[in-house]
Design a protein around this ligand. Structure first.
Ligand code: SAH
Length: 204
């Protein structure tokens, strides 16, 4: 997966590549589809949700420029796989999931695999997670019409927010750095995530 999908498409950060080699992606997937774990695609994890394509996980993680000391907020826990990758590269990870069943499964899996620094929270991540704010980095792994305003407030000055932003079924990855209280934005790869549903996202 790393040498055939990630390196040829330009993932260069050695620490990101090492994390992608290390975390057992198949264990975050339902048993019947585990044989597809290292294929070049997103896959269903139940409840109408997906585990992101490996390349997308790598690109988003690289855009976060993690050095190991950061406190990170993820919106959209899903399987917990992206959170595990983040915890390999950051100090502390909070991840919010709106579907309680997925949150419970992800937390159990993360604990079982020794990712104790990941805290899974059930709720609407479009309002962020105020009680642990501010964060050095925020990553949104569901498609947003725009970056939810509470997330801009909850990221530190100089911090980074990465999110797929655009239409409900097609988006572009956006990276914003907070400068003087506002996000300075740049856009990278086109992508297609499941919708971010909530107060500052799409309606049901
Ligand atoms: N990062 C995940 C993939 C996420 S799929 C992984 O590594 O497997 C997107 C997830 O976002 C879904 O589980 C969906 O239920 C969740 N989601 C959608 N809207 C949300 C919201 N407002 N708050 C929190 N989670 C949300």
């Amino acid at each position: 997966m790393v040498s055939s999908q990630l390196v040829p498409r330009g993932i260069r950060d050695e620490k990101v590549l090492a994390a992608m080699r290390k975390v057992p992606r198949h264990l975050f997937m339902p048993a019947p589809v585990r044989y597809t774990a290292y294929d070049d695609m997103a896959m269903s994890i139940g409840e109408g949700q997906t585990i992101s394509q490996p390349y997308m996980v790598a690109v988003m993680t690289e855009l976060l420029e993690l050095t190991g000391t950061e406190k990170v907020l993820e919106i959209g826990t899903g399987s917990g796989y992206q959170a595990a990758i983040l915890s390999e590269l950051a100090a502390e990870v909070y991840t919010v999931e709106r579907i309680a069943l997925l949150a419970e499964r992800a937390q159990a899996k993360l604990n079982e695999l020794g990712y104790g620094s990941v805290h899974v929270v059930v709720g609407d991540g479009t309002i962020g997670f105020e009680s642990e704010a501010p964060y050095d980095r925020i990553i949104v792994t569901a498609a947003a019409p725009e970056i939810p305003a509470p997330l801009v407030r909850q990221v530190k000055e100089g911090g980074i927010v990465v999110a797929p932003v655009g239409e409900r079924y097609s988006q572009i990855l956006l990276k914003g750095r907070k400068v003087n209280g506002r996000l300075v934005e740049e856009y990278s790869t086109p992508c297609a995530f499941v919708p971010l549903i909530g107060e500052h996202g799409w309606k049901e």
